[in-house]
Design a protein around this ligand. Structure first.
Ligand SMILES: C=C(O[C@@H]1C=C(C(=O)O)C=C[C@H]1O)C(=O)O
Length: 426
């Protein structure tokens, strides 16, 4: 997957409807339709952007907010709301790690694909988005990086390493086989964080990831660039591409290649990966009349990490289940929770001090035919005003080494820090 993307934030997020639009109509390319009825007037127009292999979907406004009835699943509620909304509508948004938390809407306005007037997509990123050298993020204690941003590791890397040790104890005792433990950074910027600018930097730097931004409740937004496909559905064809088993990359090409080879040969990482693939295949199988699960994983790379990757494809037995219904049946996979799922979830609740929120949930879209694309919500931040919370996690299995998991989570946090415009420590 490698797509052309514009580099200007205004091209990625559709601007909210302009109250002055009546007086000075904007260019046709800027706004799809004039704002009409907003059925949720208590909220500012919600912006959503998701850029995947099917192209870029940008939406604004809320025509209907998904509100499941008592006892109704998200899949049922989505199919009901889309049937009511009409054949041309789409449901967009995000679901939290705990799927009781969600921000899913049928938007007012939507736009697919690139603008005809977008600048050369191969042009360098905006001047203010100069990439930050890939220095290792620190710290063994909360730290302020540079003079402009305050960054606090919550928990500290040392506390996180201690939690990994406790998880290894639980694995030793046979309570779980795998658990994914995460840590966070609380970032305070000198001024309000510009989601459009963060998004533009992510889009410029992560051309083969799913790049997304979604307004949540209140003034919170989610923004990120995830390399992991939870589920796509096109007609009867479904695809899931779990990632698990990771090493940080090296700027030295020879060392980088050695690390990739070591990952591909690592029994610990292959086991960690196989648990995820088995679980995804088991959950996808009931929907499918044919399922293709490759025998072993491939290597895939982001800018900063090597991952083990398996692309699972299936043919639906019945075309009725929507992409959101199938995606929520897969969620949470052992790539972000663990195995067995329920025990791993309990352990996560006991060992992680900070609620995950939307991190390790799903983000994407589903149209009225049920087609859609949902990425795993990782490599992301929840942003509110000057504040951002970044999360990163790593799968713990027998043989995991706490310091290596700290380094892995540090590498996973780096791209979002870069996108926020953080300067390296002096
Ligand atoms: C949990 C994260 O990543 C997940 C965990 C991985 C691993 O443990 O190797 C790899 C990819 C993701 O499925 C994250 O990035 O925060």
């Amino acid at each position: 997957m490698d797509r052309d993307r514009p580099d200007h934030p205004g091209d990625l997020l559709v601007p909210p409807p302009d109250p002055a639009a009546d007086e000075a109509p904007p260019e046709a390319a800027d706004v799809l339709e004039p704002p009409t009825v907003v059925s949720d007037p208590g909220r500012t127009p919600a912006r959503f952007m998701f850029d995947g292999p099917s192209g870029r979907l940008s939406t604004t406004g809320i025509r209907t907010r998904l509100a499941p009835r008592p006892g109704e699943s998200l899949g049922d509620a989505a199919e009901r709301v889309l049937a009511e909304a009409g054949p041309d509508e789409v449901l967009v948004g995000a679901v939290g790690f705990d799927d009781a938390e969600h921000a899913l809407v049928v938007p007012e306005d939507r736009r697919w694909g690139a603008d005809p007037d977008v600048a050369d997509p191969t042009a360098p990123a905006p001047e203010d988005a100069a990439p930050i050298p890939p220095t290792d993020l620190p710290p063994t204690a909360p730290a302020a990086l540079g003079t402009r941003f305050d960054v606090r590791a919550e928990p500290t890397p040392a506390t996180y390493a201690a939690a990994v040790l406790r998880a290894l104890g639980a694995i030793d005792e046979g309570l779980v086989e795998k658990v994914v433990l995460s840590r966070t950074l609380a970032v305070t910027a000198p001024e309000e964080i510009d989601i459009g600018a963060v998004l533009a930097r992510l889009a410029a730097a992560h051309r083969s990831s799913y790049v997304f931004a979604a307004d949540l409740d209140g003034d919170r937004s989610l923004v990120g660039a995830s390399p992991e496909l939870l589920l796509s559905r096109r007609g009867r064809t479904v695809v899931s591409n779990p990632l698990a088993g990771t090493v940080p990359r090296s700027p030295d090409p020879e060392e980088d290649a050695r690390r990739a080879d070591r990952l591909a040969a690592s029994g610990k990482d292959r086991h960690e990966h196989a648990l995820v693939v088995a679980q995804v295949a088991e959950r996808l199988a009931p929907f499918c009349r044919h399922l293709d699960v490759p025998e072993g994983p491939e290597l895939t790379a982001t800018d900063s990490l090597w991952h083990l990757s398996t692309r699972i494809t299936g043919e639906l037995a019945d075309p009725a289940p929507s992409s959101l219904r199938i995606a929520t049946a897969l969620h949470p996979t052992a790539a972000v929770c663990g195995a067995p799922t329920d025990d791993a979830r309990v352990l996560i609740g006991a060992l992680e001090g900070v609620p995950r929120g939307y991190y390790t949930g799903l983000v994407g879209w589903c149209d009225a035919s049920g087609d859609g694309e949902w990425a795993v919500t990782i490599r992301c931040a929840e942003v509110s005003g000057r504040h951002a919370r970044l999360h990163a996690g790593a799968g713990i299995v027998a043989g995991s080494v706490p310091e290596a998991e700290v380094a892995e989570t540090t590498a996973k946090l780096r791209p979002l820090l870069d996108a926020l415009g953080l300067e390296a420590a002096p």
